[in-house]
Write a protein that binds this ligand. Structure first.
Ligand SMILES: [Zn+2]
Length: 299
């Protein structure tokens, strides 16, 4: 199993609900457990401006590269500075690298990414650049025929849905809390959950939806947006999913990829638990499930 990570992901954003230290904490914990080693973690490259223009407009790119506070960058609810923009550009390279790794080896785990609220012409919800969209666009260019985005973050993947609304080669699925940010776009398949939804109902609905994704659409690559924020103690959400429920979620998504021999990557996305250890544990569980589901081949 291979990981993608960069020390630059931890950009200082001051006092903020988004714990950017989580990237390091997940990295370090997986290293302690021996799942991640010096030999299976790879650093992403920054995509070129030309490549970034495949997912955003020139005016918006100029704002980002010059760190300008404008109507396009302002809705990020993040500072606009060099370290943060640099990290978000790198996240694009990171999800793309994880996808390339998965195409060769079956799986890739990005200890970053999942910035699914960014649009072609503006930022939103802590997201400047949509790395999920970037990875998918680059992989389509490289000849992957059909890509499914399985977005299990608390929030709808609105930027991803909008970007691919007329792209038949990409199937967007989002399962999220309905009464919550963002204003909803139309994914190929949306499941809006009521406040208080618990493990059983969540997993049942997810399993049915995965039939549509895996059996009907039949992707050649899956991008799994494994947000930690559906968690019961998340500060931004009102779902009631437990650690065990989220781990079962990971199993449902990841095991079906293995059964179908479909390459899959996971990206982290959101997670705003009062105790950052909970967020880190949920992300680590996704990596553990991936490692258990795809044990190293015997030589
Ligand atoms: Zn979220």
């Amino acid at each position: 199993m291979k990981f993608v990570f960069s020390p630059a992901y931890r950009a200082d954003i001051g006092l903020h609900v988004f714990p950017t230290q989580k990237y390091y904490l997940v990295h370090d914990k997986l290293k302690e457990e021996g799942i991640l080693t010096e030999n299976n973690v790879f650093a992403p490259k920054k995509p070129s401006p030309d490549d970034l223009l495949k997912i955003i407009d020139q005016e918006y790119l100029d704002d980002l590269l010059e760190h300008r506070l404008t109507a396009r960058t302002f809705p990020s609810e993040m500072p606009v500075n060099k370290a943060i923009i640099n990290a978000q550009i790198l996240f694009c390279g990171g999800s793309y690298l994880a996808a390339k790794i998965a195409k060769d080896s079956g799986i890739g785990f990005h200890i970053g990414g999942g910035f699914h609220h960014a649009f072609r012409d503006h930022a939103e919800g802590f997201c400047y650049l949509n790395d999920v969209v970037f990875a998918a666009v680059m992989m389509l260019e490289q000849g992957v025929d059909k890509i499914a985005v399985i977005d299990c973050d608390l929030h709808q993947g609105n930027g991803t849905a909008r970007f691919f609304e007329n792209e038949k080669r990409v199937f967007t699925f989002s399962i999220h809390q309905e009464q919550l940010y963002p204003k909803k776009e139309r994914s190929n398949l949306d499941i809006g959950l009521d406040i208080g939804t618990g493990d059983d109902e969540y997993l049942q609905k997810l399993e049915t939806a995965l039939d549509t994704v895996y059996s009907d659409f039949r992707p050649d690559l899956v991008i799994y947006v494994a947000g930690a924020d559906p968690y019961i103690l998340d500060r931004l959400g009102s779902l009631s999913i437990t650690h065990a429920g989220l781990k079962k979620r990971d199993e449902l998504v990841i095991k079906r990829a293995r059964t179908g021999a479909i390459p899959i990557i996971a990206v982290l996305a959101g997670g705003y638990a009062e105790d950052t250890d909970d967020t880190v544990e949920i992300h680590c569980n996704t990596a553990r499930v991936m490692a258990e589901t795809f044990p190293p081949k015997a030589e």
